[in-house]
Design a protein around this ligand. Structure first.
Ligand code: MBD
Ligand code: FE
Length: 311
């Protein structure tokens, strides 16, 4: 088959009818977006001469994606979430906002409601024989380099199996294991006492890995730690750090690695006095620099569905 029907009046009318484009009712923005995306799909079907079998494979794939609860995971894996960062970076550049800690994607595994502590939090609630102790500490400063008092640093990461609490397929972890929040004092410092994470891998039988297999891509991330950082009058920062030395550091299936987000990992002793499980431990110093709101507004706040657990 090599037919081109997209530009026909019949198809253009069908697109308008299907999205109720010419009526005043409904959500105008949703109609605009649906009309455009559906049109782009129709055009791609024409251009690539997609077969009915291919279309139904795609429709069935979407069903499996939803059944597996993996739509946000696929968004990370296909670079859609990274694309949003590229757009926000470009918007910042246009607005001449610079100097802050680089953003990188949130990913789908945040859980709201973790306990908030002052200054320091020990977040490794569950024993993990294969993970050594790790201290992550630093400061939160404003664009002028002043410490931010009352800033909140939220942290979440995986265990030595690459699994996150709440999403752990083995069900092994306590709620909020390896998740926590620290509120800074007047000196703007924060500290997390935790364990060294291992990189995440997509569920092997899930829809995301299924598509990645077809594309001959892997579904793994290098070891990393996520952060949200908030402070009064400053924009919320969403970022991550990588654990230096992970072989996948520049081969992340979610494209989240950035040059300035790979702090050195330092060997330290004295862990016993800090309540760590071994005296020898690793330390990462990572300082967050927040950026000012734009006309009093946080233009990088992102609303999305997030898991919530009551403390
Ligand atoms: C993760 O831990 C993650 O951070 C992302 C972006 C996707 C899947 C798992
Ligand atoms: Fe992650």
């Amino acid at each position: 088959m090599n037919v081109k029907v997209f530009v026909s009046q019949e198809v253009q009318d069908l697109l308008k009818a299907a999205t109720n484009l010419e009526s005043e009712s409904g959500n105008a923005r949703a109609k605009q977006i649906t009309h455009r995306l559906l049109g782009d799909l129709f055009k791609a079907i024409d251009d690539l001469d997609m077969t009915p079998d291919e279309i139904w494979a795609g429709v069935n794939y979407i069903n499996k994606l939803g059944q597996d609860g993996e739509a946000a995971l696929l968004a990370a894996g296909l670079g859609l979430e990274k694309f949003l960062d590229i757009r926000m970076d470009a918007a910042d550049k246009q607005a001449e906002i610079d100097g802050g800690t680089p953003r990188t994607i949130e990913g789908p595994l945040y859980v709201a409601g973790a306990p908030v502590r002052d200054g320091m939090s020990k977040i490794d609630l569950d024993a993990d024989a294969n993970a050594g102790p790790l201290v992550i500490r630093g400061t939160v400063t404003d664009p002028d380099g002043n410490p931010v008092a009352g800033a909140v640093v939220e942290c979440w990461h995986a265990n030595s199996n690459g699994f996150y609490s709440h999403f752990d397929p083995t069900g092994a972890q306590s709620p909020f294991n390896l998740r926590g929040s620290v509120r800074t004092g007047g000196d703007g410092t924060y500290e997390f006492r935790t364990l060294i994470p291992v990189g995440y891998g997509c569920p092997p039988h899930g829809a995301t890995q299924q598509l990645l297999d077809v594309l001959a891509r892997h579904g793994n991330r290098p070891a990393h730690v996520h952060f949200f950082v908030t402070g009064d009058g400053l924009r919320k920062l969403t970022t991550q750090i990588n654990i230096e030395g992970d072989p996948l550091i520049w081969d992340d299936f979610a494209y989240a690695t950035r040059e300035d987000l790979i702090p050195p990992v330092i060997d330290k002793t004295g862990g016993q006095a800090l309540g760590l499980k071994e005296d020898a431990y690793k330390e990462i110093e990572f300082n967050f620099v927040l950026t000012a709101t734009v006309q009093g507004k946080d233009n990088q706040l992102v609303n999305r569905l997030r898991a919530t657990v009551a403390v």
